[in-house]
Design a protein around this ligand. Structure first.
Ligand code: ADP
Ligand code: MG
Length: 268
């Protein structure tokens, strides 16, 4: 299999290293920035995530990372050797990593849009309504395509301040849910993200966490609302119920207008 990907077409800048993947910022000749993620494959390659990444090439949604190219770099690829060496490099201490790739291992890659932002686990202020709106919209689109992301967590949601949006990334654990049995998995995971965000960022935590009835109510309503149109007002009301009366929700709108809601009522 020949791949159109060429390491030499991009200037690669190391961004992130995980146990089984390396992420680079890739700048092309024209200066346009992308992200390329190479996955280390130690055993047989599971094509489920690869298929989902391929499908993402056809999906254009502001809350889902855009994918431009998906491929597998085979040992026959002219740049395999360079890439192989790159993948073995331990960037933390500048020496070659102890664990090395078995030879003749295919290396899948994904070329995607670069999101100039910060992940939700590193962001100091998070607006819960925007987060809910964006992520529930993203999950809804995935459900329409029978895709389960299965790794919805704070590290995999980036906030893009330029476009004021949250974007879901990292589809490495994703798969097609052919029989529709796993429909609620992503919503379930997102609720954990939301609770985490509320715990960490909530200015008035005292009354929040003991209020499990409100949390359950919000959760159930969210799950019910995932198929019909998602209304901002509905979320505002639900979040106000969840957070109790002390919480002031600021809701950034499209044209720089900010709404302020308190006790479920718009006060500004
Ligand atoms: N498209 C992207 N734009 C900007 N940063 C990204 C992008 N994709 C990944 N990253 C950064 O790299 C990190 C790791 O990427 P991710 O796909 O989540 O890999 P892992 O499988 O190691 O979790 C992310 O948490 C994020 O900080
Ligand atoms: Mg990740």
């Amino acid at each position: 299999m020949t791949s159109p990907f060429s390491l030499f077409s991009y200037n690669l800048q190391f961004m992130h290293e995980a146990e089984d993947a390396k992420v680079f910022k890739a700048t092309d000749m024209t200066g346009k920035q992308f992200v390329v993620k190479f996955t280390l494959v130690y055993g047989n390659y599971d094509p489920a995530a690869h298929e989902v990444y391929s499908e993402l090439m056809t999906i254009n949604h502001p809350n889902l990372v855009k994918v431009f190219e998906v491929g597998i770099i085979m040992p026959q690829h002219p740049e395999y050797k360079q890439l192989y060496n790159m993948m073995n490099w331990d960037y933390d201490n500048g020496s070659v990593a102890e664990v090395s790739l078995p030879t003749n291992t295919a290396i899948p890659y994904v070329l995607m849009e670069y999101i100039d932002g910060v992940s939700v686990d590193n962001k100091s202020e998070i607006e819960p309504i925007s987060l809910c709106q964006d992520m529930l919209a993203a999950i809804k689109v995935l459900q329409n395509h029978s895709i389960v992301h299965d790794d919805v967590q704070t590290q995999n949601i980036l906030f893009d301040p330029t476009n004021n949006r949250y974007v879901l990334i990292d589809f490495d654990l994703s798969y097609h849910d052919a029989d529709g049995e796993d429909t609620h998995r992503d919503v379930d995971l997102f609720m954990e993200v939301l609770l985490h965000v509320l715990r960490v960022n909530q200015p008035v935590t005292n009354s929040l966490l003991p209020n499990t009835t409100a949390i359950n109510k919000f959760y159930n309503a969210t799950v019910t609302m995932i198929s019909p149109d998602l209304g901002v007002d509905d979320y505002t009301t639900l979040l106000s119920q969840l957070l109790g009366g002390d919480y002031v929700l600021t809701l950034p709108l499209e044209h720089g207008v900010t709404e302020v809601w308190q006790h479920g009522v718009r006060i500004q």
